[in-house]
Design a protein around this ligand. Structure first.
Ligand code: SAM
Ligand code: SF4
Length: 501
């Protein structure tokens, strides 16, 4: 391909968009969304309580029901919503929190999104694509923190297209590190990817390389605002190519897909509605919704005026409502809060509003893990500034103190429990039971291999409570799971690794 311009022109396959349109229209009907937000203002108490009950039965809410919840202003009802959201989380995910580490592999990008430090127009950004040797060094440093799950992140550029991404996934899986205590080895057992939307043939390459979840954020579902932020002559300027990225991923066989919107770009109620419509359209075409939903909040980005001066900046209070409504509207999906947020809000969103996954010890600079660079030390290679730079050990300790057990479980996709299979199990509360066992097994590994003495002290108490609960749960006895679980637990305590149910 002769130039980046030619490459850009070749990316979008119109036929792969058209097949999912309905009478030429996509699934975001802006007039309908605005009308729903208007129509369900000042909702009746009983109506809200009926909707909460539906969520508690782990049923996805309709857009009209979502709009009703978005319009709740009565403090008593808001409190009931928060409690219901937490109960839904307990039903599906119990007291588990899943940890992952982001790994930025390339900041080369052909696009110019106005909120991002990687945008092509930002000439101060020092560009680099990690070589596979550098990927190995980065992964080794991440594993040495105790991580077992990773999300690999890439700009959009021919130098880091699908072949590079597939190679890097294989490279990440190939790195094994002896644990600090010499008890076996640790490795990354699930590689999720956040990258630009791809055509189906490219998605298949990632599938063959062993991708976990494929994640793409729509940024904003509002077309006009989207067009203002993403220049039309860039790949990302094509709203529908992005809107159907997950449909193509599913068609390619990647059945764990993750959606999200960047909060702060547009009205937050509109974008929550967009996410719910997205979940419904995936259900409509594939019988299964998103594996996770993200609601990153825009952070200051090098050289970006918009990132600090958007008219749609979302307050902490509004973020709490975003999370409650999403937890209730798409009750089976994981909800991710990242280290973009400050430690207090992050803790609150996990403990009191239903978030189920987070990252820690995160570094966004290209090559920053191996060099142990803080973000202040390489501001010219980061995408945006993090609100929480604490170590994995510190965050695990804080949440264990709050009664949340850390899970590094990656059994699901290795046992074929992905896509609709895992969603059905989650809806019925069955997958959660396997997760409980695997959370204990992986937390046992972490406490043995990486925990500081302070974290181990809190962690041991928590694990003892979990073991007692497991022994007393009829589900495990009925399914004859206990003998295997006990034997795995003992074998891990003796030094074996990566045993899962
Ligand atoms: N380049 C790919 C894309 O845009 O889809 C994937 C990587 S991009 C680095 C991942 C996500 O970072 C984007 O989808 C966007 O939502 C988020 N992001 C960009 N700028 C941000 C900022 N200033 N604050 C918080 N998140 C940001
Ligand atoms: Fe490139 Fe993604 Fe940043 Fe946009 S958000 S400039 S596509 S890296």
């Amino acid at each position: 391909m002769s130039s980046v311009k030619d490459w850009t022109a070749s990316v979008i396959k119109q036929a792969e968009i058209d097949k999912y349109l309905d009478g030429g229209k996509d699934f975001i009907d802006e007039e309908q969304i605005f009308a729903d937000i208007e129509k369900y203002k000042n909702p009746d108490k009983q109506q809200v309580r009926d909707i909460l009950q539906k969520s508690l039965d782990i049923k996805i809410l309709t857009p009209a029901e979502t709009a009703t919840l978005l319009n709740v202003e009565d403090p008593e009802l808001l409190h009931e919503m928060q409690e219901a959201a937490l109960e839904v989380k307990k039903k599906v995910y119990d007291n588990r929190i899943v940890f992952f580490a982001p790994l930025y592999l390339s900041n080369l990008c052909v696009n110019s999104c106005k909120y991002c430090g990687f945008r092509a127009e930002n000439k101060d950004e020092v560009r680099h694509v990690l070589t596979m040797d550098e990927v190995r060094d980065e992964v080794a440093a991440v594993i040495d923190e105790g991580h077992k799950r990773m999300i690999a992140v890439y700009g959009e550029h021919p130098k880091n297209g699908a072949d590079y991404i597939a190679d890097s996934i294989s490279t990440i899986y190939s790195v094994k590190r002896t644990t600090p205590t010499g008890n076996g080895f640790n490795n990354i057992r699930r590689v999720n990817v956040n990258a630009a939307p791809m055509e189906i043939a490219d998605m298949k390459k990632l599938w063959r390389a062993g991708i976990g979840t494929f994640q793409v954020f729509q940024e904003t579902y509002h077309r006009g605002r989207y067009a203002e932020l993403h220049p039309a002559n860039t790949v990302k300027g094509n709203y529908r190519w992005r809107l159907y990225a997950m449909h193509r991923a599913m068609e390619a066989g990647v059945d764990d897909v993750a959606i999200g919107a960047l909060f702060g770009l547009y009205d937050w109620k509109f974008d929550v509605m967009g996410l719910v419509h997205h979940a419904w359209d995936l259900e409509k075409h594939f019988g299964i919704g998103p594996h996770t939903v993200s609601f990153p909040r825009m952070q200051p980005a090098p050289g970006s005026f918009l990132s600090e001066h958007s008219p749609y900046i979302v307050s902490d209070e509004a973020m709490k409502r975003v999370v409650s409504v999403l937890r209730l509207a798409i009750p089976y999906s994981g909800l991710i809060v990242t280290a973009r947020e400050n430690p207090d809000l992050k803790r609150d969103l996990i403990n009191h509003y239903g978030c189920t996954q987070t990252d820690a010890s995160s570094k966004l600079g290209i090559g920053a893990y191996a060099k142990k660079l803080k973000q202040e030390e390489n501001p010219d290679k980061v995408q945006f500034m993090l609100g929480d730079q604490r170590s994995l050990d510190e965050v695990i300790r804080e949440l264990a103190h709050d009664g949340m057990i850390t899970s590094f479980c990656t059994a699901g996709y290795r046992c074929g429990r992905t896509g609709d299979k895992i969603m059905n199990l989650l809806e019925k509360g069955v997958e959660g039971k396997f997760c409980k066992l695997n959370a204990v097994l992986t937390f046992r590994e972490y406490l043995n291999d990486y925990a500081s003495p302070e974290t181990r002290e809190i962690g041991e108490k928590l694990i003892a409570q979990e073991l007692q609960e497991i022994e007393n749960m009829p589900f495990f006895t009925d399914k004859k799971l206990l003998p295997t679980f006990r034997s795995y637990y003992d074998r891990i305590a003796r030094g074996e690794r990566d045993l899962y149910m």
